[in-house]
Design a binder for this molecule. Structure first.
Ligand code: SF4
Ligand code: SF4
Length: 153
């Protein structure tokens, strides 16, 4: 793990307020991942991710598929009595994994190639919609907006 990644990890932890977690579990009670994934486990729960971000080896954490299951709904953040943002923490970990070349569970935009969605969430949506997603899940929001603007110019 390079010094720059270590420093960036500390920045992510600080920005998300992760050190203030008192492990009350309120974020887990409202996290939709519990219902979404049959294999939901502590290691992918918001509380689990926070604990691991504070204690695990950073290399192991950034390579762990568990960081790609979060939907980014922010529900846990809204109920946290300590102001910890599970969403910001996990998004920060994902960004770091991409920067460090450790990301493997992402979908890339078919137009610009930028990573824009996690495969577990993408799979869940596709299953829910019985595959009827058109090309909506193929492109990042920036390219979608550009395409829409060109079509309606
Ligand atoms: S709700 Fe906040 S304090 Fe409680 S476990 Fe989740 S992150 Fe920690
Ligand atoms: S932002 Fe992620 S970890 Fe937090 S409640 Fe939503 S799905 Fe769970």
């Amino acid at each position: 793990m390079s010094e720059s990644i270590k420093k960036r990890l500390e920045e992510v932890l600080t920005a998300a307020g992760a050190c203030g977690c008192v492990e009350c579990g309120k974020c887990v009670a409202v996290c939709p991942m519990v219902e979404m994934y049959a294999d939901f486990g502590w290691e992918m729960s918001p509380r689990g991710m926070i604990r691991r971000a504070l204690t695990d080896d950073a290399d192991a954490l950034l390579q762990d598929p568990a960081i790609w299951y979060c939907t980014g709904c922010n529900a846990g953040t809204r109920v946290c009595p300590e102001g910890v943002s599970c969403r910001d923490l996990i998004q920060g970990l994902r960004q770091l994994a991409i920067e460090a070349g450790m990301a493997s569970r992402i979908r890339n935009c078919v137009i610009c190639g930028a990573p824009f969605a996690s495969l577990p969430v993408d799979d869940f949506v596709r299953k829910r919609l019985n595959g009827k997603t058109g090309n909506y899940l193929e492109t990042c929001s920036a390219c979608r907006q550009r395409r829409y603007a060109q079509r309606n110019a």
